[in-house]
Write a protein of this length. Sequence first.
Length: 188
Amino acid sequence: MQNLRNYISACVNISDETWTKLLAIAQTNLFSKDEIVVYGGHITRKEYFVASGVIRSFIVDDQGNEHTNGFFGAGNFITLNSRRTENHCSIYNLQSLTPTTLIAFETRLIATFLQEHKYLTALVNKIKTTEKERLLQRDHIILQASSKDKYKQFVKVYPELTNQVSHIHVASYLGMSPVTLSRIRNSV
């Protein structure tokens, strides 16, 4: 919980009273390596903060192939609000790639909490900005001219992930085969 408080405190000065109220609506969830946190197509009404571990976001195509489209490490919010349909069905799957601790908030409860504590708008803006930056970084990585350039950019943006997650997921994120990724890793 301390890294959640640190994240919030970097945006706004949160009082002990407000922090206690926030903790009252927070749920700590522990996930084993490779456990599915959210299934695509299923209703989900939670927002998450990654306290520890790594989560990947992915979709499954009509042929059953998984396509990784994001990674979330410790100290990041996973904002599912932009990742679900109007009827609250998640568009993406979320999977823990390492033993992971998530702090979960019911969407309705956190929305009410933020409405009651309007001074936390800076926090909401930071979460939205971070998500936009993550998406822009992904576009920048994927649109690189060569596979080697994609990998170099990935390492620059996510240096801690290269040895923390399966290379199959990194290859999927980069839009290349695991064999191609292995060749690039050996040549860099």
